[in-house]
Write a protein that binds this ligand. Structure first.
Ligand SMILES: NC(=O)c1ccc[n+]([C@@H]2O[C@H](COP(=O)([O-])OP(=O)(O)OC[C@H]3O[C@@H](n4cnc5c(N)ncnc54)[C@H](O)[C@@H]3O)[C@@H](O)[C@H]2O)c1
Length: 428
């Protein structure tokens, strides 16, 4: 039919970006969806996209405008759920892909959400705290028409944190006329946030990393780890692996690449990043000036935990790790996936590996609704159980169907979403 365009008119075929990676992943899973494949177009079309202008008055009295997005990819299984990213390179294609990965992820770990994502195209390092607050509040007001505790629940992502979530919660609540703590997750504990949420994504990466290592007979004790991105996800997973006896031999962030064969002092590195905004200048290791050498560092486990499209056809061949755990969303290009597969590298895909964050976000949302809060032990226990079960299910399916863990995770996730779609039927 003439209405069946692969690429929507609002994306240019030349610069389609991360959305193209997602579409290719959907094409790879489609043959495994059986009769549900007739619904697969649903997954290739975001349900709703809102693009907003975010104007603020700068501290110096000038007016600045920023581009903001909220994309609700799919809400067949529940309200939209997904983070908000502040980054100078945010694009519509990127937010679309991130929202779609949330749809698949939420279904793959079976939390009752659809997929959504948001972003503002700005470099937060160039704004004061007061300006950042104004941007956040105006953006929240602009997307307020489509978010809400039962509609779409934002959370932190790259360059956003508990403070940003507190401003979002306050702005939404002021506009509604009543305190609405369930509108965002990843809030400060004092505002209805959940114990364990800050560490949840990194903890999930660690849990599935241990599961993957066990399956291939690798010991975590003594394993060498390389981590790209030393923010929330990267630093916490690094710390947990070190606590389990591994050593972190290399860390790369936007500033620098730091290496130490004997292992970096991860706590000291965290402290350094808190003070200096990145790993640049950290005295406890050797700084490698050629950033591309990060990918060939000798290691057992590689954790990309920064941005998407980092592992490419060019560098995949250099990777020495036996396991790649995708802390970041979309870090591996499909062609690189194939290279890693051929080399026998086990890739634990983002939609399982970094699902710990949304799982504890789900716990936070449930706690806010019931106004009854759980202990950190309860949260970590439930998180670990969900992550292990999801990993085991995906592992088993991958073994049965002789497919990669990514394809298996997509089979599980997409099947759940399309079953829900089919059962609900089309409105009207
Ligand atoms: N925060 C969460 O709960 C969560 C949940 C699921 C997935 N993720 C994903 O994890 C990834 C990291 O998110 P985060 O919350 O840790 O963000 P963050 O802002 O806390 O940290 C991002 C890190 O990436 C680094 N980075 C940025 N550009 C880089 C580059 N070009 N090269 C190397 N490093 C670079 C930064 O220096 C920083 O260390 C993202 O892909 C995000 O979508 C986050």
């Amino acid at each position: 039919m003439s209405s069946q365009h692969e690429i929507p008119s609002y994306l240019t075929p030349q610069g389609i970006g991360p959305w193209a990676v997602y579409l290719e992943q959907i094409d790879r899973v489609t043959p495994y969806l059986g009769s549900l494949a007739r619904w697969v177009e649903t997954l290739k079309r975001p349900k709703r996209i809102l693009i907003v202008d975010v104007p603020i008055e700068r501290d110096d009295g000038t007016i600045a405008h920023f581009e903001g997005y909220r994309v609700q990819h799919n809400t067949s299984r529940g309200p939209g759920k997904g983070g908000v990213r502040f980054h100078q390179d945010v694009t519509l294609s990127e937010v679309m892909a991130l929202s779609a990965w949330m749809t698949v992820k939420n279904a793959a770990v079976n939390v009752p959400y659809g997929g959504a994502k948001g972003g503002i195209r700005l470099d937060p390092r160039l704004l004061s705290q007061a300006e950042l607050q104004r941007v956040t509040r105006r953006y929240t007001s602009e997307i307020g028409i489509i978010i809400g505790p039962n509609k779409d629940i934002p959370a932190p992502d790259v360059n956003t944190n508990e403070q940003v979530m507190a401003w979002m919660m306050d702005t939404y609540s002021m506009n509604e006329g009543s305190t609405s703590s369930g509108v965002v997750t990843g809030k400060p504990i004092s505002l209805g946030g959940s114990l364990g949420r800050r560490e949840a994504t990194g903890r999930g990466v660690f849990v599935v990393g241990c599961e993957a290592a066990t399956r291939i007979g690798m010991e975590i004790k003594g394993a060498r780890i390389a981590v790209q991105g030393f923010g929330n996800v990267g630093s916490i997973s690094a710390r947990l692996f070190v606590e389990a006896g591994a050593r972190v031999v290399a860390v790369q962030d936007h500033q620098s690449t730091v290496y130490a064969e004997a292992g970096l002092d991860v706590l000291a590195l965290q402290e350094h990043v808190r003070e200096h905004g990145g790993v640049g200048g950290f005295p406890g290791g050797e700084h490698i000036s050629d950033r591309s050498r990060f990918w060939s560092v000798d290691c057992d486990i590689l954790i990309p935990a920064a941005l998407e499209q980092q592992i490419t056809e060019q560098n995949a061949g250099q990777i020495t790790a036996k396991i790649v755990i995708e802390g970041a969303n979309g870090p591996t290009m499909p062609a690189a996936d194939d290279i890693l597969h051929d080399k026998g590298v086990l890739v634990v895909p983002d939609v399982i590996a970094n699902a710990g964050g949304v799982t504890v976000s789900y716990f936070e949302w449930v706690q806010d609704f019931s106004s009854f809060f759980w202990t950190e032990d309860e949260i970590n226990l439930r998180l670990t159980r969900i992550m292990r079960e999801a990993f085991a299910g995906v592992w088993q399916l991958a073994t049965e169907k002789k497919v990669s863990l990514r394809t298996a995770a997509f089979i599980v996730g997409c099947t759940r979403v399309l079953q829900a779609r089919e059962m609900r039927g089309l409105y009207p």
